[in-house]
Design a protein around this ligand. Structure first.
Ligand code: GLU
Length: 489
């Protein structure tokens, strides 16, 4: 690789990090790592109404959570900054001045209403609705005089009339051609002096030495305009790679309507970052035609643009959850506990200070949970009864189990055998409880369901003997006796 690879992820901080943006970031990051290049984070915060510092913070933290470290950008620094577009005004002004001096721009005095009216008329006539270049030929002195007089004006790029079609080879989509007719002399700076997106982004890409622009294909139609700006600046045009969008199962662009659509939401559902990176990496890219589980290291070693699909990818929640289950089961018990604690804390089952003291107890839960959950947010409801002093027995469990014949005897006998235990472990508990059905002449199911409802409040719980042992003798006996009282009511 002779080329110096420098790529950027350039989110607009108008919301949280969307799943599609996360995938774009992953591809940029993996591409940079694969080629020993630089991954740059740039914040496109030029929309003053929708960009917030809070959103920027959320995006940075989502990227960090995913494990995508950037070499240059906010908080990382770098020699090509600043990395916020709002801090780059001097660069835009200098580029504007340079192009103006070179005659590559011209001022446009057309009023917005006139432009809109012309556009509508052209559309109605079935003609091209681009700018009609009305101001292109105003002679320079007249233009200068009008500017001096304070006439409102924008600046447009003077696209060479003989430029011809604009063709580029997209690393994902192959050759794309845009006819020069659709390239009107677009605005690069608005009447308030602010640069347009197509102008600012190119100045940034040039000054940051970007070699490959890897981004969503919603920017495909901007690309020919951006190429014209690169050309006007006399700068080399980077390689473009446009990623097809991610769709929901209904074929529409993935959005809130399809459920969780941001990285934060998946984090809060208890999807592991490594599972989300794996899933998104393979949503549009493949290592080969078999591999479904690929770790970050392999991704960094093997990512290539030529295996990125140009077809839209469909987001499949079930597959993501399946993959997350695979990652959860691979965690060491210690790591599982570490990942699960924040969920217990959020659910109010554990105070952050108590987490260290409860470690042993939490470790006991891991083998019971790892096979049962696909997301960490499923943990609190499953273990709730192990973390509270008393349980509330749900009404249907009371009706279906405790009010049935045999339940009262079962609970009396269970309390009795458990009370006599010295060592209180899953196996001693099991042995003791297995003796009860025969002793009282009821089916095992009657006994075990009654004990289960007594200790968990519900007919579904983690495995019974382990649960009783984890609760410990005093709490288990207390619950069984309370439930016993409910049997008579
Ligand atoms: N800020 C733009 C966006 O969030 C990306 C610009 C680009 O990648 O060129 O869509």
């Amino acid at each position: 690789m002779t080329e110096n690879v420098r790529v950027r992820f350039a989110p607009s901080p108008t919301g949280n990090l969307h799943i599609g943006g996360a995938r774009t970031a992953i591809y940029n990051w993996a591409f940079a790592r694969r080629h020993g290049g630089a991954f740059i984070l740039r914040i496109d915060d030029t929309d003053p109404e929708r960009s917030t510092a809070e959103n920027t913070r959320a995006i940075l933290s989502a990227l960090r959570w995913l494990g995508l470290d950037w070499d240059e950008g906010p908080e990382a620094g770098g020699s090509h900054g600043p990395y916020f577009q709002t801090e780059r005004a001097p660069s835009y002004a200098a580029a504007l001045e340079r192009l103006r001096a070179a005659g590559a721009l011209y001022p446009c005095f057309c009023a917005a209403e006139d432009l809109a009216a012309k556009r509508d008329a052209a559309r109605a006539a079935g003609a091209s609705s681009g700018y009609d270049r009305a101001c292109r030929d105003i002679d320079p002195e007249t233009a200068a005089a009008r500017i001096a007089r304070g006439d409102q004006h924008a600046w447009r790029l003077r696209v060479p009339l003989d430029r011809g079609d604009i063709t580029f080879v997209d690393a994902v989509r192959g050759e794309s051609t845009f006819t020069s007719e659709v390239m009107d002399d677009f605005i690069v700076a608005r009447s308030d002096g602010s640069p347009t997106y197509n102008f600012a982004t190119v100045i940034d890409d040039v000054e940051m030495g970007i070699s490959h622009v890897i981004r969503g294909d919603d920017h495909l139609s901007n690309t020919p305009r951006q190429i014209l700006v690169f050309e006007a600046l006399g700068a080399p045009v980077p390689t473009f790679a446009h990623l097809s969008m991610i769709r929901g199962a209904d074929g529409k662009r993935l959005s809130k309507r399809h459920g969780a659509a941001s990285v934060e939401e998946y984090r809060d559902l208890g999807i592991l970052p490594e599972a989300l990176v794996n899933y998104l990496a393979l949503l549009g890219w493949s290592l080969d035609d078999r591999t479904t589980i690929i770790d970050g290291k392999t991704l960094q070693e093997s990512f290539s643009l030529d295996r990125v699909s140009k077809n839209p990818a469909v987001f499949d929640h079930e597959k993501l959850e399946w993959m997350n289950g695979v990652y959860l089961r691979e965690l060491s018990p210690d790591a599982f506990v570490e990942r699960m604690v924040p969920f217990l804390v959020t659910a109010g089952l554990l105070s952050p200070d108590a987490a260290a003291d409860s470690r042993e107890q939490l470790l006991e839960l891991v083998p019971l949970l790892a096979e049962r959950v696909k997301r960490l947010d499923e943990v609190p409801p499953l273990v709730h009864y192990l973390f509270t002093d008393t349980v509330v027995i749900d009404e249907s469990a009371r009706e279906k189990v405790l009010r049935k014949p045999g339940a009262a005897e079962a609970l009396d006998a269970a309390a009795d055998v458990l009370d006599r235990l010295g060592e209180f472990t899953p196996s001693t508990v099991e042995e003791a409880l297995r003796s009860v059905p025969e002793a009282i002449g009821h089916k095992p199911k009657v006994v075990f369901q009654a004990v289960r409802v007594a200790i968990s409040g519900s007919t579904v719980s983690l495995p019974l003997f382990e649960s009783v042992a984890i609760l410990g003798k005093p709490r288990a006996l207390d619950r069984i006796r309370r439930a016993r009282a409910a049997c008579q009511g």
